[in-house]
Design a binder for this molecule. Sequence first.
Ligand code: AMP
Ligand code: MN
Ligand code: MN
Ligand code: MN
Length: 294
Amino acid sequence: MNPEPHLTHLTNADLHCHSTVSDGTLEPEAIAARAAANGVQLWSLTDHDEVGGQQRARDAARMLGMGYLTGTEVSVTFAGETVHILGLGIDPDDPDLRLGLARTRGGREQRAREMAAGLAQVGIPGAFEGARKYVANPELISRTHFARFLVETGHCTDTSEVFRRFLTDGKPGFVPHRWAKLGEAVGWIKRAGGIAVIAHPARYTRFTATEEYALFTEFKAHGGQGVEVVTGSHTVAERDRYADMAIEFDLFASRGSDFHAPLESRTDLGSLPDLPSRVTPVWTVLADRVHWPA
Ligand code: AMP
Ligand code: MN
Ligand code: MN
Ligand code: MN
């Protein structure tokens, strides 16, 4: 029997989430189990600047009967802001991709120490050590780990309050950082055989319309091919707007929850609206890279 579900708009694909290999709280196997329990048919684990969980995710998906696409989410600096680019269907062993991701991870510890110094100045000592308690991958300390520490110690009631008060531009724990360049990230993904996808485009709220247009134009020029249309952080209006952008820029459309943790994430794995019928799902072009269970 052929286990492949027909890949359509209605496929329950969830191509964006995080494990303990970056800033999620569940191990790759536990996320896989949660995705399968929620009816996901095609899944991708997309840890920030990492591919260290790919083998475990792929093996777990096979055991659970889900299709699997390899993935990562690369941090990029574009026009002075952080933009996230998903790489789907990549070869996780590609040496250039691995080197590029390792370099992108590189400045995180120093940045975290500076973030902690900023927080100490407003009366929150010990944040580096506090955040580090939540970190499973020593190369990947992120703002999310600081957010968990600040909630646990009672400084804030939830992680979104932490970001609003402490961890975004101009706030005491914010440290500007230079991530990969857009062309580098897209190049690593493409040369590793993957498809580059602009993640959660509505989240780049500091961009002017001109800057957003430049992001899409340059992304295309570098060989980028997709945009996330349905994500955990998009409203219905945003979904429709980026469906229009997908058509205008001739990009494939992706769908992913961006799930991080059971009590933090607004959207659970696999529980997203379908892609609008007018866009072309990114998984239709990735069909030959899906790892199907035997
Ligand atoms: P970093 O890569 O260290 O800059 O951390 C970025 C991560 O912080 C994102 O991937 C999200 O998981 C999380 N994040 C960013 N903004 C927010 C927010 N407003 N509320 C909750 N989590 C956020
Ligand atoms: Mn994250
Ligand atoms: Mn992201
Ligand atoms: Mn993400």
